[in-house]
Design a protein. Structure first.
Lengths: 305, 486
């Protein structure tokens, strides 16, 4: 009888230990998979990470699912890209999630853009200029150097919330930045043929990538950010492409293929399809392979093959 | 080239420090460049700060404050990068330097001591801060206005043709929305509407808690009670031109209510919310009782609602809700009680990678009403004697619509309406409405709808009517993608 009691007691204790062990993990919710991958590199086993977006979405149109509210309700910290890129779904979800720990300006609300110098900060805010982002172009995750700044902001944010793990975050961050530095040096070498290449994209979200690798974003299929094209705009765009010899059209994979294909065909340009986030294509498994995929795909578009 | 800005400054300071071993004149030149760049940065900051500070269609009221905070964060990061680079450069110099300096023909200035370098860094830092500080202070002067609520205005106009009635330009609403945080514990919002029907009215003005424990939220004031799905939508947010007949008739238009509501999100993985509410009455056009008349506890309306969300796959999902509203005593109905219950189901197909371009929504609500009503209805003539022949009457109705998203611009749909009359002795109503919504942008929309109404004929209205509507709706200024209107 005593032995049975002991066995039951030890099983209960083991269960309790495993339960408390599971509970000890910091519950991190990220808006996009890029941040989830960075968090995995910085926090390792300390974190239990969930991403709201899977990577195939348009970050401006991630569906506002109620199931996301329950995920956010249980989060200890929220990692977001920032610059209001999650404007279409995050404020509404935070309202529904009822978690004061991750509300805007709470310590658990970690904006990963704070160390990035935004491009295209509007000097005038007017809806006539499209769906503007008052704090600048928010598609920073496409630039690996901005990615480093995002990782640093993330590590600092996690340290603010969990100073007891500062050494771990710092050590992991240093290793991750080293990985990114090595990859960036490689990308800079590989992407040399992209320098000076003009291209047209569907949405103005390739600007950081273009700046990093010396390309020139020469126009968008959208009239302005978030505004679908009209026939007149397409005609003017095609005319400009012919005049300026623009031979590359980039379609972010969450935008319709047919129009981008038509424009490419009519202007004799090469069409490349690029993901805008980790997970956008099967090859983009993590942040490094995501940038890798984009650099290689862009190179194929420029060099042919 | 804004991207060059952060790297130029550290490189410049680095160069200044690296070469100061060789040439003080070079150092001075670099310092001048630094000053020019710093002034340039300050101008950039101030331009942005003032641009953000201008009242306009900003998404958040504190955009300027955030911009300044961001600028400061970037400054700090740049300072940190400068220090890192200086340190790395010093290390590199030390590694490259020969163990003993060879004799040189001409004497060079002695390298500054570590203390001098620190002093130089300190000077640069102070210079930056000294130049930036007045600009920050100037920008701060706009902060009081930044506490003003976010403001948005919605304009909703309809040109209508109604058989047996005629044509009309209907100014449906100019709806002013204000919203802001109140303090760390609550936020507030108000929707003030002007329309040709009702003049100026407060549609909503409510306080909502933001940091209650145990997943609780309390809402108080005037707001749209948590009854069903589309009752909580403002007219211009509906997927079609007119509110379904069953909602107009049973709820009384929008579910506007003066009262208090507590809602609870269950702390489980499955999304389930429970709501309890107590109101003067339910429905903006519910004329059973006036909002201004004091009443016994038994004359309030009490509401309970449960709602959940079932994810069938990444792209397919169903929202289900059930609501029950109970009024123990309705004076106008001979002080009998009233039940109003509803079930709402919304199926959505939203392909993740094409969410803005493809999709399908099927929404249905079924309502049931039970109360004592006069046979033949209340007299429309206010001077007529009050009715005496009341009967306990059950009535039900539903609407069901299917809407497809064919592109970012075109949303065709079809709405079916069915509603029995609340009063005994009056026939029911059916309506069929195909419609097409054309989104010029996220902020402007045109909608064309045809409606065929089949209803019980009365001296005031004929049995059948064709109706055509052309609606033009636009949003000015601040807008939010609220969870309620999803």
């Amino acid at each position: 009888m005593k032995r049975r009691t002991l066995v039951v007691l030890s099983v209960v204790l083991m269960l309790l230990a495993s339960w408390t062990g599971a509970e000890a993990k910091i519950r991190v919710v990220t808006t996009i998979p890029d941040l989830a991958d960075m968090a995995k590199n910085i926090g390792g086993d300390l974190l239990e990470i969930k991403s709201l977006a899977t990577g195939v979405e348009d970050i401006h149109a991630v569906p506002m699912k109620p199931s996301f509210a329950t995920i956010l309700n249980r989060a200890d910290v929220l990692l977001l890209v920032g610059l209001e890129v999650e404007h279409a779904f995050l404020p509404g979800l935070l309202e529904a999630a009822r978690n004061p720990k991750i509300l805007r300006d709470a310590p658990g609300y970690i904006d990963c853009s704070v160390y990035v110098t935004p491009l295209e900060v509007p000097t005038r805010l007017d809806r006539a200029l499209g769906d503007q982002h008052p704090m600048g172009n928010p598609h920073i995750n496409l630039d690996p150097v901005a990615g480093k700044a995002m990782a640093r902001a993330m590590a600092d944010g996690l340290t603010r919330n969990y100073p007891e793990y500062e050494a771990t975050f710092k050590k992991n961050l240093a290793a991750y930045l080293q990985t990114l530095d090595t990859a960036i040096a490689r990308w800079q070498r590989e992407a040399a043929p992209l320098r000076g290449v003009k291209f047209v994209s569907y949405h103005p979200d390739m600007i950081y990538f273009a700046e990093r690798f010396g390309m020139e974003a020469a126009g968008t299929i959208e009239i302005r950010a978030g505004i679908d094209p009209t026939p007149g705009h397409i005609a003017a765009l095609e005319e400009r492409m012919r005049r300026e010899g623009i031979k590359l059209v980039v379609r972010e994979r969450h935008y319709p293929a047919s129009l981008a294909e038509t424009i490419a065909q009519r202007t004799g340009a090469k069409l490349v399809d690029l993901p805008a986030m980790v997970g956008g294509v099967p090859e983009a498994r993590d942040y490094v392979s995501f940038i890798d995929y984009n650099v290689r795909t862009m190179l194929k578009g420029v060099q042919g093959g | 080239m804004p991207l060059a800005t952060p790297s130029l400054v550290p490189d410049m300071v680095l160069g200044m420090l690296g070469r100061c071993d060789e040439d003080v004149a070079e150092e001075k030149r670099m310092r001048s460049i630094a000053q020019v760049l710093i002034v340039g940065m300050v101008c950039l900051f101030s331009t942005q700060a003032f641009a953000q500070g201008t009242p306009g269609p900003t998404r958040t009221p504190d955009a300027s404050a955030q911009q300044l905070r961001r600028d400061l964060e970037i400054m700090k990061e740049q300072m940190r990068q400068m220090e890192d680079k200086i340190r790395q450069q010093e290390e590199a110099i030390e590694k490259l330097s020969p163990p003993a300096a060879p004799p040189v023909a001409q004497p060079v200035p002695a390298p500054p001591a570590a203390g001098d370098r620190e002093q130089l860094k300190q000077e640069v830092r102070e210079e930056v801060l000294r130049d930036i500080q007045p600009q920050l202070s100037a920008a701060s002067k706009t902060f009081p206005s930044q506490f003003n609520p976010a403001i948005g205005l919605i304009l909703d106009n309809v040109f209508s043709y109604r058989q047996h009635e005629g044509n009309n330009f209907e100014f449906r609403a100019a709806e002013l929305g204000l919203s802001a945080s109140i303090d760390p514990f609550a936020r507030g919002y108000a929707i003030i509407t002007g329309s040709s029907d009702n003049g100026l009215s407060v549609e909503e003005a409510a306080l909502v808690t933001t940091s209650l424990p145990y997943n609780l939220t309390v809402k108080g004031g005037r707001f749209f009670a948590d009854f069903g799905r589309l009752s909580k939508f403002h007219d211009h947010d509906l997927p079609f031109v007119n509110r379904p007949v069953v909602l107009d008739r049973f709820v009384g238009g929008e579910s506007r209510a003066d009262g208090v509501e507590v809602s609870y999100l269950l702390p489980i993985e499955q999304y389930v919310t429970l709501t309890a509410g107590m109101y003067n009455k339910l429905g903006a056009e519910n004329d059973r009782v006036d909002d201004t008349v004091p009443r016994d506890l038994g004359e309030f309306t009490y509401l309970g609602r449960a709602a959940t969300f079932i994810s069938l796959s990444d792209a397919h999902s169903v929202d289900i809700g059930a609501t029950f509203a109970y009024t123990p005593r309705v004076k106008i109905d001979q002080s009998q009680d009233r039940y109003l219950a509803g079930i709402d189901i919304t199926y959505r197909y939203v392909p993740l990678s094409q969410a803005a371009y493809r999709g399908l929504v099927w929404g249905t609500e079924v309502l049931f009403n039970r109360e004592s009503r006069p046979v033949g209805g209340f007299p429309t003539d206010p001077t007529a004697p009050p009715p005496t022949d009341f009967k306990r009457n059950n009535a039900w109705g539903l609407y069901s619509y299917l809407e497809a998203r064919l592109s970012r611009r075109f949303y065709p749909g079809f709405l079916f309406d069915y509603a029995q009359a609340l009063d005994p002795g009056i026939g029911d109503t059916k309506a069929y409405s195909p419609y097409l919504t054309f989104w010029l942008s996220e902020f402007q929309r045109l909608r064309l709808q045809y409606t065929y109404v089949d209803q019980a004929s009365t001296p005031q209205q004929s049995a059948h009517a064709n109706q055509v509507f052309l609606q033009w709706t636009a949003i000015l200024g601040s807008h939010v993608h609220g969870f309620r209107d999803r």
